[in-house]
Design a protein around this ligand. Structure first.
Ligand code: UD1
Length: 426
């Protein structure tokens, strides 16, 4: 599968001040598709994943699969993966570097082959991204891990064995890696203080279709009964809750209205109260629709504290900050998950936003006007926050660094244009 250059563009040019109105379909979740693609390494057969967004991170995951010998083919929104033959268990440095989440291949390759060699993922835009919990858990499961010259050399000479693992932090990636390593391990694994994110539930649902025996996904205790092997299965990726939150912010900042289809209200239940406090009308329709109307006078929410699911997602914080910076009143943001998650604040200030940052706390004083400026996206959701703010700012804004945005948004420009935004790739 070739590299998909999604936009091929150097920058986004946005003319602010257009009220957005209309309907959008929410793409499949980036944070689900990556572990799901990794999970197909365990399947001795063909799997087909539906509702797969076109994202550079998904392409990078497919390149890793191809390098392992799994045959990946995309047809529109479906990706088929044939993992009958695994010809390689090492992931080269350049593929590991393409996306930080490639560490989620660790548990899957180990589960399938009992050994692998990956480069250490290192830090990222959001600060240091340690994987000590992944390593600790895998060692408990009988994996011998050597960390040398930036590589992880992993071997389970006697096979992976089930274990009782208590996580000190409910890490999403560590929970995924443990599940992936445990499904075909000898014996049972119990994870305590497991991450409860919807993407964990999605991974367990897919693996169970393939023959795994996982219970408790979505709760703090997950039990995995090891099975000898997995087959392939068909599975549809859950909607992307962060993309849903982004579009809601884009509609709200332009004081517009939006109907989201293929969205899951329950997955963003911690974000809904923020919109309600602002004075937006926000409802769910049927199983998969969310409607927002932000035409009233909006006011700033008092406090946004990020936390693990089902708390307020750290990934939605930047876009809500962009929105809050245009509302009457003061909002205090407390970031509890990552060290360096306010980098967008400085760029928002270029538009005229009033934000002061002290370590993990940011105080936003809403202003009536923002004015267009030249901005640079330095991470995925920070980039989405700049787009959100530029939709409101008077005049023209340009945003560079958009490869960050292509990692997680499928046709952001096309979708925003569909609901009335003045935005183009240049
Ligand atoms: C996932 C998401 C990311 C989201 C994050 C938190 C994917 C591909 N990415 O990232 O979008 O922002 O969850 O919801 O799903 N930690 C350690 N040691 C470890 C592992 C984590 O100290 O071994 C720390 C991290 O540094 C971070 C916190 O735990 O401060 C949360 O990390 P984690 O839940 O693992 O996030 P990711 O899986 O990397």
């Amino acid at each position: 599968m070739g590299v998909a250059v999604l936009s091929g563009a150097q920058r986004l040019v946005i003319g602010g001040g257009k009220r957005l109105s209309g309907e959008l379909e929410v793409q499949g979740a980036k944070n689900s598709i990556l572990p799901l693609l990794s999970g197909t390494v365990l399947c001795r057969g063909e799997s087909v994943l539906h509702n797969c967004p076109h994202l550079t991170d998904a392409d990078a995951a497919c390149r890793i699969l191809n390098c392992l010998g799994c045959k990946c083919k995309r047809e529109q929104n479906s990706i088929s993966i044939n993992s009958e033959q695994l010809v390689n268990t090492d992931v080269p440095l350049e593929l590991m570097r393409e996306m930080r989440s490639s560490i989620v291949f660790l548990g899957a390759i180990l589960g399938r082959a009992g050994h692998c060699r990956l480069s250490f993922p290192g830090g990222c835009e959001l600060g240091p991204r340690p994987i000590d919990l992944h390593i600790l858990a895998l060692r408990k499961m009988g994996v011998d891990i050597k960390e040398e010259h930036g590589y992880l050399d992993c071997n389970a000479p006697k096979g992976i064995r089930g274990a009782h693992i208590s996580l000190s932090i409910p890490s999403v990636g560590a929970t995924e890696n443990i599940i992936l390593a445990a499904v075909t391990a000898k014996g049972n694994t119990e994870i305590n203080n497991a991450a409860r994110e919807p993407e964990i539930v999605d991974l367990a649902a897919f693996l169970n279709k393939c023959g795994a025996k996982i219970t408790g996904a979505g709760t703090g205790t997950i039990i995995i009964e090891g099975v000898p092997k997995l087959g392939g299965a068909q599975h549809s990726v859950i909607p992307d809750r962060i993309v849903a939150a982004t579009y809601l912010c884009c509609a709200a900042i332009t004081r517009g209205e939006l109907l989201l289809k293929n969205a899951d209200f329950n997955h963003i239940s911690a974000v809904i109260p923020a919109f309600e406090q602002m004075g937006c009308s926000i409802y769910t329709y049927g199983k998969d629709r969310i409607y927002i109307n932000a035409s009233k006078n909006l006011r700033a929410p008092h406090k946004i504290i990020t936390s693990v699911h089902p708390g307020f997602p750290t990934d939605a914080q930047p876009m809500i900050m962009a929105l809050a910076s245009t509302l009457k009143g003061t909002t205090v943001f407390v970031e509890t998950i990552f060290d360096n998650r306010f980098r967008h604040a400085q760029e928002l200030s270029r538009l005229g936003a009033k934000i002061s940052v002290d370590n993990r706390v940011a105080v936003v004083e809403g202003v009536e006007r923002l004015t267009g400026a030249d901005l640079e996206a330095t991470d995925l959701r920070g980039g989405a926050a700049l787009v959100t703010a530029a939709l409101f700012a008077e005049g023209t804004s340009t945003i560079t660094g958009i490869s960050h945005i292509d990692r997680g948004y499928d046709d952001l420009v096309g979708n925003l244009r569909k609901i009335g935004a003045d935005i183009e790739n240049k």
